[in-house]
Design a protein around this ligand. Sequence first.
Ligand code: B12
Ligand code: SF4
Length: 569
Amino acid sequence: MRPRAFPLYTSCMQVETLAQEAPQPQFTPLGASLKVLLVWPRFPPSFWGFEGLLDMIPEDSASPPLGLITVAALCPPSWTLRLLDHALEEIRDEDYLWADLIMVSAMHAQRADTAAILARARQLGRRTFIGGPWASSEPDLLHAMADHVLVGEAEEVFARIAAELEAGTARSLYRVDEKPDVSCSPIPRYDLLQLDKYTLMSVQFSRGCPFQCEFCDIITIYGRKPRTKSPAQLITEVETLRSLGWRKGILIVDDNFIGNSKNALALARDLAAWQRERGYPVAFWTEASIDLADRPELLSAMVEANFICVFLGVETPSAEALHGTRKFQNLRGDLIEQIRTIQRGGLWVVAGFIVGFDSDDETIFDRQFEFIERAAIAWAMVGMLQAPPTTPLYERMKREGRLHQKADLTSNFSTPNFLTAMPLPVLMRGFCRLLTRLYEPETYFHRCVRSLEVWETKDCQRPPRPGWLGTLHGFLRSVWAQGVRSDYKRSYWKYLWTLFSRFRGDRVKLFYGSHSLLAAHHFLLFSRYVVAELERDCRRIEAEAQGSRSPIPSPKPAIDVPRILPVAQ
Ligand code: B12
Ligand code: SF4
């Protein structure tokens, strides 16, 4: 590990350099008129990537790189910026060569493409700078791949870093130890995006979450004290999107929208007034903790502001596992009742679930299935527990000698990166069974119908307006891909009939019910893909264990991180 001998930003614009400095690499000055290529690497297929759905609609990506366009807004006006979303276009050598600096943002799910992009930039002699959640959680790894790394949030330090890049005094590693005041955050540069290529736009009201779930790196990266923007600031961002012509859904990407419930309520009320004055031009989605059920005033203000859907981290029906993982907020009431309160209050609920906690036994797979069915959660993201770097779970696994240091932490569908209490093949096969049952076509469509039945939409709610051309395109592609060519066409037509016969009087339900119809092409096919991959891994692990007679099978090795290449200045 490198010595921690780099500048330390301790508070707003205050820079401290640690006493014993290791020699820093010398970087040439980039000057005041530098050209910057901002790159958002590709994701591998994932539950939230909606690849199957994107096949049928005109858009090419689910959501935009909000971190990158926020950093873009912090760059000096004398810089020339170009944004390249690798999900939408190829990166040619000319693109790298055009730029003086390649700025990359990534989560660890994007690691393979990020490593390839950084390596290519170096081969072509370009300077590289990486930030974002992966850089914040594994800076040492990224330090070997990029010239400059930022650990933490950029708002209060980037002006200083930009000046250092221009002058040739920039450091290779910057750590921002204090969390910035997000009310200083600029309006993200939405104008750099190809807006018509995305299905959802993102805005952010708060960062951080007050809870302490053991497996969560939100609290280690963004902190436990939720920091919010002002309602007026967020409304200006939404207004900016509207002025750029955005009329589809907006995801409020907060770690926990109700982390600071007082400020969330103030925002929801102001947003409701804004929506009323403008005829409800946008619909919102967000993430929140389950205690939303205990805040009727906030729930109803959110619905009046045209929030439609909320993602809840439910995780597990096992009280023992919730206790063990320190998710105490999920132990304060009856989870099904709380979910029902939110659904009846006017929000469509999607949720995340985890198997593989230490206290889980083989009954957990059936218990999860029954719970999800009873809760009527159509889009249930079920994964195996992972211990991301920096989390208390990671530290505990290390202490207990259970951590696999080299593991592929791409998503919750990857093999766990620690020695699980349940034998790994039992966990993997149980998980595969659960996923297969949940996303068996009849079961999925039946759950979609149930989710619409229990959801009590309110008169003020309006669906997004994607435009008739996009709707027609999606409908025709769906009929062809799902209604004619798929192996689940019978269930498709049955659901479509139920949807229109039962819910035609409710345009919000009709819109989101149709969305679930198209999303089936993603969830049904993606779950089969995951199950096939895991089955293969499982056989390999069993064969390895038999060969070595080792009771501790190792997970799939991590992707190869390219060796450090010399930086051409
Ligand atoms: C919205 C969101 C999503 C959305 C949209 C994702 C997207 N395409 O952007 C959806 C639901 C699709 C999603 C999916 C996933 N997500 Co997500 N997601 C988020 C969330 C809540 C907000 C992201 C965001 O827009 N942030 C707002 C921006 C402003 O923050 P930021 O990116 O950190 O940027 C700041 C700094 O990091 C820095 N910075 C960022 N980039 C750069 C670049 C440079 C050069 C510099 C100098 C600075 C810099 O400056 C910015 C301003 O301060 C974050 C948590 C969070 N608070 O960020 C998780 C998070 C990023 N997601 C995470 C994960 C794990 C996933 C999944 C892999 C989950 C899964 N199990 O499958 C999938 C990936 C699949 C996919 N195809 O996207 C993790 C990543 C962990 C990590 N250490 O890498 C996070 C941190 C949440 C968590 N702990 O679970 N996600
Ligand atoms: S409630 Fe969600 S964001 Fe908050 S600590 Fe738990 S898992 Fe993390």
